[in-house]
Design a protein around this ligand. Sequence first.
Ligand SMILES: NC(=O)c1ccc[n+]([C@@H]2O[C@H](COP(=O)([O-])OP(=O)(O)OC[C@H]3O[C@@H](n4cnc5c(N)ncnc54)[C@H](OP(=O)(O)O)[C@@H]3O)[C@@H](O)[C@H]2O)c1
Length: 258
Amino acid sequence: MKVHIIGGGNLGVSIALGIAKFSPNNQVTVTRRNTASILHLEKLGITVSSDNTHNIQEADVIILTIKPYQVDTVLAEILPVITNKIIASAVSGLAIDVLQEKTKFAHHAVRIMPNIAAQFGESATCISFNEKDKTEGESVVTLFHDLGTALVIDEKLMDAATVLGACGTAYALRYIRASMQAGIEIGFDSQTALAIAAQTVKGAAQMLVEEKVHPEQLIDRVTTPQGCTIVGLNEMEHNGFSSSLIKGIKTSLKQIKG
Ligand SMILES: NC(=O)c1ccc[n+]([C@@H]2O[C@H](COP(=O)([O-])OP(=O)(O)OC[C@H]3O[C@@H](n4cnc5c(N)ncnc54)[C@H](OP(=O)(O)O)[C@@H]3O)[C@@H](O)[C@H]2O)c1
């Protein structure tokens, strides 16, 4: 496929790099107005342009990774030169119906919510599309499967997906930072503490993904009765560990919904 990414910022570049590394049969173009900071992508075979319409007629999928307030400007540029395209939008809050209206019902609108781990083939991407665009939506699912996990969800859950999947990256990183800080307090230098904390989280996630079990089943395997793990875990819970995470996620969702 030829993939045309408009908005070569944090997310757009992550997707471009992910495709170049993990889905190399696809060709990628990335655009942004000021390309100086992303010209290095050309070394990886990615086309970089400041012209949003650059070879866009040849694209199979157009991915929008721009801010909501930039959508109308970008559509005004590209709509006159494209016909019957798949437009996959990662723009937060932009509903499929609204995108269809904005694109005059002449294209296939797909809504995607990836995260920046796409760059490492590890994005949790949630995808929604209407029944009439099923074939095109499935081709976007196939593309994002190469960049991690791709899950088709009801569009009603897209805000929740934004919180759990995209904001979730920051929550996980904050957990790792806290572990790192504790690691320093109990004797490690910061780099060693970070290496241990990050790999431990990666390992825990890998076990869940591969074994497809409930987290508590794995927790049971590492908690000895009266041992150091369970006392630490319970102390965290007494201090509101799970509760604070749940409240944080619900607060993020409230903020998105306005
Ligand atoms: N970051 C994430 O983890 C994440 C995850 C899921 C969804 N999203 C959503 O993805 C979108 C982008 O987020 P982001 O964090 O990647 O933002 P970002 O880093 O600010 O990237 C947006 C990019 O769009 C470019 N741009 C602005 N106007 C443009 C135009 N007229 N034509 C072409 N390019 C244009 C900007 O570059 P120039 O100024 O040089 O043009 C900028 O590089 C947002 O809607 C966000 O909610 C982000």
